[in-house]
Write a protein that binds this ligand. Structure first.
Ligand code: MN
Length: 533
């Protein structure tokens, strides 16, 4: 796919609009895509020496918003909101959004200010799978010659789940991905084994979170460990690089030169003993130079629990076969064709990030961005994206840690199954006390504890209001089977006076508190004949 001619022309106009503006405001969305969009725009404006303000906002503050800048840019939002009701002729507007637009391409002609809306849907390009907000902002960066920002475009598309249907990027996303590979920022492994936590989660823990189907390993770390043992995949040791092998030999650990070698438990004990005795003696033994000691020391630090990213292709193959077998045992034959899509997908490694960091893997990086959004810390996330890897990264780690803690404590409130009520076609739980910002994440985590054959819906009350936040998650098997819960929740919530929408397998709504029962009943009925197992 190429950028349509008319869209390219719009990008030229957008560049000119920015160049001639001196007071600029940016509004962007609070999720990973929106934060990436904001970071790309802010970097463009910094490099163009344009002072600017940036706010990360929820959609509901945008209707009839006051505009008091020469240029207001909306990214990852704006197309679906009434953002120009207060625009006068000194208030130019640029929108970069991939959500369904309220206004058509001719809308600009009737205005006495510049109204420029770049939305792929105007050009017949699907905004769910082919490009998202960050991607649209990246093409603007590219217009300025900043293709080094391509990796942020890739991250935004990962965060926006643009690749969920096929397991890889298509359409305009493919151009962005290619740019990132060519610029040396991205390593793309086609059709990789796809389990969340590739870079930082211990493999057996990552496996235990598998929840698209309830497998013996789901929420069971002992079973996960047993599976790895059975497959002969050593989950606790680490391979040794050739340069390390040479030094290890000097302290009596024999590794075959030039080949990866897995340290045994005894090897590790010997290594630890050697380092301890050097520490105690406060001096190096005659057979080790300072450089060699440093290699030993780093080897010791590198030996950690294995993650998915450490597995060889052969090990990944074994694991794939085992998971495939387990799933076949659980799902009806009509689902067999989807198994590969669940287990296999392209993986994205950001090559400039530290190999041991959660920023290294695309999926884990995007989770950290979303954690910031859910805790109103978008600006920290943006700082990291803009290149700050000292104080901002430290804060990002702290936010992620707190976020995980909040999730764990919220899970305790609902994880004991008696809170989950199962109806014919769906199941739900009352998540009172869970913050609306994380009820979606919690709902996804609950999925592993209940019936994966039906969607799970979580409710939580919005403080100081008579509104309910509703979140729905389901197994990918259901959405691959053709059910789009985002569309269903939009219809059902509007029938009870609320609003909602989202992805096929992850979506949400806001409804009046008094309509909860009606919502559940209507939702249950709307699924008649669709949930078939
Ligand atoms: Mn988006």
């Amino acid at each position: 796919m190429k950028i349509p001619t008319l869209m390219s022309e719009q990008y030229r106009q957008a560049k000119e609009l920015i160049e001639k503006s001196s007071s600029i405001k940016v509004y962007s969305h609070i999720d990973c895509d929106g934060i990436c969009s904001g970071a790309i725009l802010s970097t463009i404006l910094d490099r163009q020496k344009k002072p600017h303000d940036i706010d990360f906002v929820n959609l509901d503050v945008l209707d009839d918003i006051e505009l008091d800048h020469e240029l207001t840019i909306f990214s990852d939002l704006g197309s679906g909101q009434r953002i120009d009701t207060n625009a006068s002729k000194d208030n130019n507007i640029l929108i970069l959004d991939h959500h369904p637009p309220l206004r058509d391409l001719d809308y600009k002609d009737k205005k006495d200010f510049t109204y420029l809306e770049i939305n792929p849907i105007h050009h017949g390009i699907d905004g769910s799978y082919y490009v998202c907000g960050g991607g649209l902002c990246y093409f603007l960066a590219k217009e300025f010659g900043y293709s080094d920002l391509s990796w942020i475009g890739v991250l935004s598309a990962i965060g926006d789940m643009q690749n969920t249907h096929s397991g890889h990027f298509e359409g305009l996303n493919e151009i962005i991905q290619e740019d990132a590979v060519n610029e040396g920022y991205l390593d793309l492994i086609k059709n990789d084994l796809n389990i969340y936590g590739r870079n930082t989660r211990e493999l057996f823990i990552a496996l235990s979170y598998f929840s698209d189907v309830k497998l013996p390993i789901t929420n069971n770390q002992n079973e996960s460990k047993a599976l790895l043992d059975e497959l002969g995949i050593d989950s606790t040791l680490h391979r040794v690089m050739p340069e390390e092998a040479e030094v290890l030999e000097k302290i009596g650990i024999l590794c075959e030169a030039g080949k990866d070698y897995t340290l045994t438990r005894q090897d590790r004990a010997m290594l630890n003993k050697e380092l301890d005795s050097i520490k105690a003696a406060q001096t190096l033994p005659p057979y080790l130079s300072k450089d060699e000691f440093m290699i030993l020391f780093q080897t010791h630090k590198r030996i950690r629990r294995k993650t998915l990213s450490d597995l060889t292709n052969e090990e990944k193959g074994k694991l794939y076969n085992a998971l495939n077998r387990m799933i076949i045992n659980e799902v009806p034959p009509k689902y067999y064709e989807h198994i590969q899509k669940i287990l296999i997908g392209d993986s994205y490694t950001f090559l400039l990030e530290d190999p041991a960091s959660f920023l290294r893997d695309g999926a884990e990086f995007s989770t950290a961005m979303n954690a910031c959004g859910r805790n109103h810390e978008e600006k920290i996330a943006m700082e990291v994206l803009k290149g700050n890897r000292d104080w901002a990264l430290v804060e990002l780690e702290e936010i992620s840690r707190k976020h995980r803690y909040n999730l764990a404590t919220s899970m305790e409130k609902v994880a004991n199954g008696d809170k989950i009520i199962e109806l014919e076609n769906l199941q739900y739980f009352d998540g009172t006390g869970i913050k609306p910002e994380i009820v979606g994440t919690i709902t996804g985590m609950i999925l592993g504890y209940c019936n994966w054959r039906k969607p799970i819906i979580g409710f939580t009350q919005i403080e100081d209001s008579d509104g309910l936040k509703v979140s729905l998650r389901c197994s990918r098997f259901l959405s691959y089977d053709g059910i789009h819960f985002g569309n269903i929740i939009r219809q059902v919530s509007s029938q009870v006076g609320g609003s909602g929408g989202g992805h096929a397998m992850a979506c949400g709504a806001y409804i009046p508190l008094s309509k909860k029962d009606e919502f559940i009943q209507k939702f249950n009925i709307s699924l008649n004949g669709k949930i078939s197992m």
